[in-house]
Structures are given as C-alpha cells and as structure tokens.
Write a protein of this length. Structure first.
Length: 224
C-alpha cells in the first residue's frame, strides 16, 4: 500500500479518491515531488505539474485533489532512463536533479567515496549503517547521487521518494561544508540532520557498513 504507482494510477486513470478515507497514511505517504517528476514527462500534464511546483507549500491532499480533478483520464507509462541510452550527462542531471560536484583536488575522489560510506540510515540496535549516497563519475564530471537513482539509471524500477532526494541534498551540502566539493545545481528540498547518521572515522570499525549498490558491478533488483 501507499506505493507511487497507486497514486499515479489514481491521478491518471482510476480517479480513486485515496485521501477521502479514514486512512491518514495516504496523505502522509504522498510524494508530491516524485509524482510531479513522473507527470512532467507528458505534454498534456506538464502545465498542471508546473502549477503544483509553484504551489509546493500547499497541503499534500490539496495537491493530490488538484491533479486528480484536472488530469484527463488516460493510461500513461513513463519510461525509466537507461544508462545505455544516455549520451549527454546534462540530460541525466536535469532529469534526476543531481548536484554537479567539482572536486577541490583530484585525489579527493577516494576521500569522498570513503566518507560517503559512513553516511546514511542506521540501525542502532544492530550497529549497522546503510549507505545513502555515492559519488558518480561520468564523462569527466562528478555527481552525488542516491543509490536508488543508480538503480533507476540501470533501467530498474525503484521507489525513490522525496525524502530520499532531500537526504541526498543534505549529504551533498555536508560535503560542501566540509570543503570536499563545490556544488552546482539544485540542493532543495533538504532533510534535517536528525534523519542522517554520520559515523566518525574512529568509530568505523565498531559498525557494519552496508551498501545496496556497488558501482561497476552487475546489479540485482532492489525494492527499498
């Protein structure tokens, strides 16, 4: 329940009023940023999406109600971008909202990669940290990306949420504040630091560091 495809199906086709129920989670879990990204791929919904982007301060239910009552019913299928079809990294940056990162020194790449391995979402009980972001090197440029965006680039469906984007942006800002990168591009929305666990280098051996995407290796499917 509360999956992106259910919201999109309601807006595009079924017109099911998911938020006119006693279940408050439908509104709480609604991802306006991602829904708008999906709908922006179609000419007939682009203007409606722009209206919501300009009014992102509105309650989630108001945004959902606007779209469900304004979008003409039709089945719409957005294609995930595949790495093999990407010829210009600028298109990637525009589609996913990556922050273009400039390194202060060439050797900083390995330093940033190691630093990112210690930033993510933690299970304190198990002393385990799940890495949130990676540094991507494409065509001589560097990008800070969420691991779910890497699955999307592989052509796999992934439940990338607005909160994932916000955590990525906050982590990018941290790297900038620490003097590791300069950023060009969007860094909003952002997540509070309370949603991100940062393990110091000294604590590294006291935790199990997990990654859900290994750059350069063939990937399996991921649902989380």
């Amino acid at each position: 329940m509360y999956e992106l495809k259910e919201y999109l199906n309601a807006i595009n086709h079924s017109k099911k009023k998911l938020m006119d129920t006693d279940d408050e989670m439908w509104e709480k879990k609604y991802p306006p940023f991602i829904v708008n990204k999906c709908l922006s791929a179609f000419p007939e919904t682009l203007m409606l999406v722009n209206e919501m982007n300009m009014r992102s301060h509105l309650d989630k239910k108001l945004q959902f109600d606007f779209l469900i009552n304004s979008v003409r019913p039709r089945k719409r299928f957005a294609q995930w971008l595949k790495a093999s079809k990407i010829k210009d990294i600028e298109y990637v940056k525009e589609y996913y909202g990556y922050s273009h990162a400039t390194l202060k020194e060439p050797d900083d790449f390995l330093k940033i990669r190691e630093t990112l391995s210690r930033i993510g979402v933690a299970s304190r009980k198990e002393r385990k940290l799940y890495q949130s972001c990676h540094i991507l090197h494409k065509q001589g440029r560097y990008f800070i990306v969420h691991f779910k965006e890497l699955f999307a680039l592989d052509g796999k469906q992934t439940n990338l949420s607005e909160n994932d984007i916000a955590r990525r942006n906050t982590i990018s800002k941290l790297l900038k504040d620490w003097g590791l990168v300069e950023l060009k591009g969007e860094t909003e929305p952002s997540a509070p630091l309370s949603q991100i666990k940062i393990i110091s280098f000294k604590e590294k051996n006291e935790w199990t560091l997990e990654t859900k995407y290994n750059i350069g290796k063939k990937q399996g499917e991921s649902n989380e």
